[in-house]
Write a protein that binds this ligand. Structure first.
Ligand SMILES: C[S@@+](CC[C@H](N)C(=O)[O-])C[C@H]1O[C@@H](n2cnc3c(N)ncnc32)[C@H](O)[C@@H]1O
Length: 239
């Protein structure tokens, strides 16, 4: 609990309280922008990967090669389940979470054996030791960056001993901005790659491999940070 809650409730305390309320409502606004945005652009997004394949499936293969058949994988911000969860479901059990109901509807159709939940990756609950791996591709940058450390600690708790984490996210540095993307307003927020690596380490993961790779999105080239990490034994990982 912050010092504010322990204080006597003076003017400074009120300002602090207002700031906390504003942050909370900003975060709800960010969710709404993302949810409404992806409900509208789910199909336009699906068409974005053009003739040049994105690095996503190559990184997914690095993870899948390390897993026993029948492993349990959680995909945060799963989108329509194409292509990653379709591939995962050939050998493993997949659970997906997405804040967009439209994306979840597509995912249920595209990956009938998967379990797909309409929810927020930052607040969804799973029991400790539920998964052998957690992946999140192109989604963390749509969640306020001041929540990223907490999300990583929650992932740590959900993973079994020595479980894997694979993240692909924009290699930019944005402090909660709303811009236009594929014709709709969209929220973006992320730390620079070095800070992200530090957060991964602090959450209790050992980094196995990382790289920044540029991918083509229509006429744009966008750099993405890829991080493959493994839960270090003996860490506590508190949410
Ligand atoms: C760029 S798409 C990526 C979809 C998929 N992971 C892929 O590889 O193509 C980003 C997805 O993250 C979802 N998303 C964004 N913020 C989220 C949140 N807080 N909780 C759950 N899903 C979220 C969006 O609805 C969208 O489907």
């Amino acid at each position: 609990m912050s010092a504010f809650f322990a204080s006597d409730g003076g003017v400074g305390a009120q300002r602090e309280e207002d700031a906390i309320k504003n942050r909370a409502s900003d975060s709800r606004h960010a969710r709404r922008v993302v949810e409404e945005g992806y409900n509208r652009i789910a199909q336009a997004y699906a068409r974005l990967e053009g003739e040049i394949d994105w690095p996503r499936m190559r990184w997914l293969q690095k993870l899948v090669n390390r897993l026993e058949p029948g492993s349990s994988i959680l995909d945060l911000g799963c989108g329509s389940g194409v292509p990653a969860d379709v591939e995962i479901a050939k050998q493993h059990r997949v659970t997906g979470v997405d804040v967009s109901q439209t994306q979840i509807d597509f995912a249920r159709r595209n990956v009938p054996t998967g379990c797909f939940l309409h929810g927020d990756a930052a607040t969804v609950e799973f029991a400790a030791d539920s998964f052998d791996a957690v992946i999140s591709f192109y989604a963390l940058e749509h969640i306020p960056r001041n929540e990223h450390a907490t999300i990583l600690r929650r992932i740590y708790k959900w993973l079994r001993a020595e479980g894997f984490l694979l993240i692909g996210m924009e290699a930019g540095e944005y402090d909660d901005v709303i811009g236009e993307w594929l014709g709709v307003p969209m929220f973006f927020s992320c730390f620079d790659p070095e800070t992200m690596k530090h957060l991964i380490d602090e959450a209790g993961f050992g980094l196995l491999e990382s790289a920044v790779e540029v991918q083509a999105e229509g006429s744009h080239e966008v750099p993405y940070l890829w991080l493959l990490a493994r839960k270090r034994p003996g860490e506590k990982g508190t949410a």
